[in-house]
Ligand binder design. Sequence first.
Ligand SMILES: Cc1cc2nc3c(=O)[nH]c(=O)nc-3n(C[C@H](O)[C@H](O)[C@H](O)COP(=O)(O)OP(=O)(O)OC[C@H]3O[C@@H](n4cnc5c(N)ncnc54)[C@H](O)[C@@H]3O)c2cc1C
Length: 444
Amino acid sequence: MNHGFTRRDWMRALGGSGLGAGLGILTTPQDVRADAMGNGPAAKIVDGKVIQPQRELAVLHRAQVLVVGGGPAGVSAAVAAARCGVKVALVERYGHFGGLWTGGLVLLVIGHLADGKTQVSQGIGEEMMKRLEKLDRGICDRGPGKNPTVDAEALKYVMVEMVTEAGIDVFLHCWGVDAIMDGNIVKGAVFESKSGRQAILADVVVDATGDGDVCGAAGAEHEQRVYHIGLPCRIGNLDRVDRSKAPKKPPQGLGHHTPIEGVNWVNMHGPDANGLDVKDLSRLELAHRKQIWKQVQKIRQTPGYEQVYLMETAPQLGVRITRVLKGVGSITHTDHKVGKTFPDVVAVGGVTSGDGARLGCNGPWQVPYGALLPRNVENLLAGGRCISFDRKMTDVVRLIPNCFTTGHAAGVAAAVSAKDRCRPRDVEIAKVQRVLREQGAYLG
Ligand SMILES: Cc1cc2nc3c(=O)[nH]c(=O)nc-3n(C[C@H](O)[C@H](O)[C@H](O)COP(=O)(O)OP(=O)(O)OC[C@H]3O[C@@H](n4cnc5c(N)ncnc54)[C@H](O)[C@@H]3O)c2cc1C
């Protein structure tokens, strides 16, 4: 029934009488915006262009070390820095830690060995694996020469444990969108969240976004690369395959086993695309989901495999490489082949046997501190898959163990820089190396 009294009239009446606020009812577009968007005037159309007016941002938090991105590199960096006794903030755009390792369902850990036997990734990442071992179905295939596979949920839990034990200030559902600059000095970062656009100020920032988002925003020299983007998934009921009916040759796309019985994870390479282009990302999400669904239906049509089902597609698209820092130093194939050592080594990487054969060397490769340091920007370090390396080293530098060791190194260097009140490029390297060794890192 229409009483001639619209919803807007009700809102006006309640707002005008002061009742609106008490009832949580918003009256004007400005009020609505203040609540939904945090602060500031809305973007406007000026001369046919969309203009965002200048505005002051609320400071959400202050830290000595700010780590942006909570993947293998970011969590390692944050935990390592906090264990040095500095105040650390860790910001992550999703609601969990682990990055591609958990949210991307990249469950297989490879690249932790050099020469097929020496475990070069130690320290914080290795501690995660040891903690997983203590959990029922947390990890499988651990042991000399093996490539472990983790359970994503167990790993998310372990990361929460380590981050909270270290007393880190955590901001989830919070997307880093800009750097705060004073000339070429990074002073913090700007974030968007349901609370609006806010700032976190810090002495040193570690970019562990994988995509080098902070480096890009700060104007740090970098290269933008295009690489294949896939979408892993998990399939279930493999323990219910009727072997008496199943053909000798199993169907394609069954993937690899995980710590959970009957559950496999299935990797996907996908085509080359730009992981920084929202159109490419959207197109690939749609295409990959269709492909995965059809592939699993095909498996289910194979005699004996009728019970197999699609458990989960990765909530996070499998972007392998995008921005890569141009660092003061770099990891190069030439150095790897000759086994070059660096006086400022802060991590040692490994290779898989396949990559070793392709690269003509399966020995260790050292990470010089300069590979984490931008050339032209201060108070910023990179960790994980956005550090400085040449194209030939892409498939080894980006592997999970190599991301947690470079994240670990960035975290310690950031903490030393904050404590000693010097720029990251001026830290005493011997001190960084000593702290890394004390925290269990392997430096060769
Ligand atoms: C399909 C696929 C298969 C792979 N297979 C393997 C494999 O078998 N074995 C292996 O060892 N490695 C594998 N890798 C590589 C490995 O998973 C990644 O390189 C590694 O996880 C990178 O770690 P990272 O911490 O540098 O970045 P990421 O894992 O990408 O983590 C970055 C984190 O930062 C967050 N973030 C990003 N931008 C922002 C922002 N602006 N603000 C706030 N937070 C942000 C992300 O949500 C994420 O949590 C694979 C990768 C892909 C994509």
